[in-house]
Design a binder for this molecule. Structure first.
Ligand SMILES: NC(=O)c1ccc[n+]([C@@H]2O[C@H](COP(=O)([O-])OP(=O)(O)OC[C@H]3O[C@@H](n4cnc5c(N)ncnc54)[C@H](OP(=O)(O)O)[C@@H]3O)[C@@H](O)[C@H]2O)c1
Length: 270
């Protein structure tokens, strides 16, 4: 989902080689080092991951292999070829106990296998490379993959009532905006960890209501607790990210999440 938007956005000003698992599998060290060495990029952006948060609980080995070791293999390839690397990480590295927006230097404490595996990836990158960007994003949706916006619209067609959690807070983020933000960060030449999301915050119930309002769909939406819904992976109840470091570094402020989802629905014809 993000990879497709990134390829397009970065491709406006840069020569981009986009690869997918069919080209090489990041869990295979030799193939990864060989592929990166043959492309010899100036910069490598990794948007590949095992992103199904609940499935990661059942497949811990795979989660660590892709999100931890896979990132390590890419970082080793970057080390060998003296390439700067950009890694996409997640708000789920935090436990949600802090009740004000998380800053880059706050101590991660993931609650799920997915969050832990993504944190392994961050740490491998930081141990191996001097030149890197870690971009922590959250609650992504976009044109090129399954996501919450598409799911809500499908369920609204299929069901008479929707139950959505109202006790997890974060910031929905449009992958097209995130891709532009990553491009802007790359242009600054800075290194380090950056939080990047759209602005504002909401819970999943409010997000669902806004999607349905924009689409003019009237259906009963019932707020529910995380406990009632009972998903396999634990998620932080609060994972709003403070993006002021990104904003001060790039002079770019991403649109509010409500504007972003409106743009997504209107422009992508969702
Ligand atoms: N989605 C979110 O809400 C969210 C929130 C915060 C951060 N992030 C992070 O943002 C990044 C992009 O997320 P996304 O939602 O765009 O992900 P996505 O749509 O699931 O895309 C991930 C891609 O990685 C590929 N991949 C999986 N295992 C691979 C492997 N071993 N080798 C090579 N490629 C592999 C997948 O291929 P297949 O489809 O063939 O498996 C897929 O094309 C990820 O790092 C994710 O952790 C996502």
């Amino acid at each position: 989902m993000l990879g497709t938007d990134l390829t397009r956005v970065l491709g406006l000003t840069k020569e981009v080689v986009g690869t997918d698992i069919g080209d090489f599998n990041i869990t295979e060290k030799e193939a990864t080092v060989e592929a990166v060495s043959s492309i010899r990029p100036d910069l490598l952006v990794n948007a590949a991951a095992f992103t199904q948060v609940d499935q990661c609980e059942k497949e811990e080995e795979k989660a660590v292999a892709v999100n931890g070791e896979g990132v390590r293999n890419l970082a080793l390839a970057c080390l060998k070829n003296k390439v700067k690397m950009v890694q996409i990480s997640t708000d789920y590295v935090f436990d949600g106990e802090k009740r004000t927006p998380y800053r880059e230097e706050d101590l991660p404490h993931p609650l799920s296998v997915y969050g832990r595996s993504k944190l392994f990836g961050e740490r491998h990158l930081q141990e191996l490379l001097d030149r890197y960007l870690i971009v922590r994003a959250a609650w992504l949706y976009g044109a090129h993959g399954p996501n919450f916006v598409k799911t809500i619209m499908r369920l609204a067609r299929e069901k008479e009532e929707l139950k959505v959690v109202d006790d997890q807070w974060g910031t929905p983020t449009y992958t097209l905006h995130l891709a532009r933000a990553i491009d802007a960060l790359i242009e600054t030449g800075e290194d380090g960890v950056f939080n990047v999301t759209n602005r504002g915050s909401c819970n999943w119930y409010q997000f669902a209501c806004e999607i349905l309002r924009l689409k003019g769909i009237t259906i009963n939406v019932v707020p529910a607790t995380t406990e009632e819904i009972g998903r396999p992976a634990r998620r932080p109840s609060f994972s709003v990210l403070d993006c002021s470091k990104f904003e001060n570094t790039t002079n770019l402020i991403l649109p509010h999440w409500k504007e972003a989802v409106k743009e997504f629905i209107e422009h992508e014809g969702v």
